[in-house]
Design a protein around this ligand. Sequence first.
Ligand SMILES: NC(=O)c1ccc[n+]([C@@H]2O[C@H](COP(=O)([O-])OP(=O)(O)OC[C@H]3O[C@@H](n4cnc5c(N)ncnc54)[C@H](OP(=O)(O)O)[C@@H]3O)[C@@H](O)[C@H]2O)c1
Length: 274
Amino acid sequence: MRQSPYLPNRPLKVAVLGSSGAVGSELIKILEQRDFPISELVLLSSERSEGKKIIWKDEVLVTKKTTKEQFKNLDLVLASAGGSISKKWLSTIIDQNALLIDNSSAFRLDKNVPLIVPEVNASDVLNHDGVIANPNCTTILLTLVLAPLNKLSTIQRVIVSTYQSVSGAGQLAMEELKLLTEQYLQGNPQKSEVLPYSLAFNLFLHNSPMLSNNYCEEEMKMVNETRKILNIADLKLSATCVRVPVLRAHSESINIEFADVVEPKDALEELKKS
Ligand SMILES: NC(=O)c1ccc[n+]([C@@H]2O[C@H](COP(=O)([O-])OP(=O)(O)OC[C@H]3O[C@@H](n4cnc5c(N)ncnc54)[C@H](OP(=O)(O)O)[C@@H]3O)[C@@H](O)[C@H]2O)c1
C-alpha cells in the first residue's frame, strides 16, 4: 500500500476524465459554481471529442485526447469515462501521486477504496489509498433515505423499485431518446442504437447485463454498494431497476421493514432533518 496522498492546501491542477460526457459536463459546471480552487483544469476525452472547446470561468478550454502526457503533475483526477478507462489510467495517476475520485463501478467494491455518499459516510473518506469511489446513482438516492431512518430503528429488509431516466445511460442515449421520440410522433419507425430498445413512450428493465441470479447488474450494484456504504453486510435488499422515458432525474419507490414500529411522522421528521 502506498502512503495516502492528501490534497495540498493550494489551488489544484485537476483533470476531468470523460469531460465531454453527461456526467463530465455537469461536473465541470459544478466546479465553476462552487468556485473549487483550481490552478489548471485539464479536459480529457477520447479522440471523438478532441478539440472540443468550452468556456470555463471566461477562459476557452480545449478538450484533449487522453494520453499519459496529460496526467503530468496533476493533483486530482475526477474520472467519469467508464470502468475500463479508469482501470487503464490508474497506475499512471498513482505514479503522479494524484488522487483519483472515480465515478465508474471499477473500484467501488474494492476493500481499500472508500465508497462515499458525503451525507452518509463522509468520515470514511480519509481512509483511502489514492482512490475514492462514487456510488451508482440509484444507490446514492437510496442510502440518503436509509441512513437517517436506520437511526430510528434497525432496518431489516428493503424492497426498492427504480424509475431511471435516460441520463444515466450517458449523453448519446439522451440524444437518442430525443430523436426517437420525434420519429415516434412523426409516425416513423424508430431504430435504437445506444439502448437495446427504443425508450420513446416505452419502458424496460435496466439495460445492464443479466446475472446468473436473475437480477441485472444495476440491481446488484444497489444491493452490494448499499451494504458497503451503510456497513451492514447482511442487509436484506431486493431491487428492480427500470428505465423510463425521462431525460433527467431518477425516482425510487422504497419499502422498508424496521425491527421496531416506526411512526410515519417520526420517519418524515428524520428525513426532513437529513
Ligand atoms: N450518467 C450518469 O448519471 C452516471 C451516474 C453515475 C455514474 N456514471 C458513470 O460515469 C461514467 C460516464 O458516464 P456518462 O453517462 O457521463 O457517459 P457518456 O455521456 O457516454 O460520456 C463518456 C465520456 O467518456 C469519454 N470516453 C469514452 N471513451 C474514452 C476513452 N477511450 N478515453 C478517454 N475518454 C473516453 C467520452 O469522450 P468522447 O466524447 O470523446 O466519446 C465522454 O467524455 C460511466 O462509468 C457511468 O457508469 C454515470
